[in-house]
Ligand binder design. Structure first.
Ligand SMILES: [Zn+2]
Length: 150
């Protein structure tokens, strides 16, 4: 079951969330065995040190507030946020007794997770072993598409 809900579109709604969070939620939904919900997304602070925060909730009840300082460069914000969400996803997978690796490197299965970073001003997942760019953040595909049994 892969399921990620959309961030709430309430008072904290800001274009940042659509731009930065959407690709990460896509990758989580496509490739992470644990499911999450985003709650209480907020745009905080004033122009100089503006940032966002949101609570990412794991289906088993654990939750963590993630804060990110907005750099003004979406690609950097996406990589920074993906890195933080990766920590939460890793903990959640461990908690569920699953392999605590997300997103798993497709070139080296069973060994390591990909690294969120910025290459040529694009937010990407990088293999930490050979430093190869695997995919742009937001474009990870489900490695084993399930046959719809519903
Ligand atoms: Zn690798």
């Amino acid at each position: 079951m892969y399921c990620v809900t959309e961030p709430h579109r309430d008072a904290g709604t800001h274009p940042w969330f659509e731009r930065v969070l959407a690709p990460i939620l896509h990758d989580l939904g496509a490739t992470c065995a644990a499911s999450f919900e985003i709650r209480d997304a907020r745009w905080e602070g004033q122009s100089i040190s503006a940032g966002i925060s949101f609570v990412i909730c794991h289906s088993l009840g654990a939750e963590k507030r993630v804060s990110v300082v907005a750099s003004g460069k979406p690609s950097h914000d996406i990589a920074d946020t993906a890195d933080k969400v990766q920590d939460v996803a890793t903990d959640a997978l461990w908690f569920e007794g699953l392999s605590p690796v997300w997103p798993e490197c497709p070139e080296h299965p069973g060994s390591h997770a990909l690294l969120a970073t910025v290459v040529s001003e694009r937010p990407v997942w990088l293999c930490p072993a050979n430093r190869e760019v695997i995919a742009e953040i937001g474009t990870l595909a489900d490695p084993s598409p399930q046959v719809d049994s519903a």
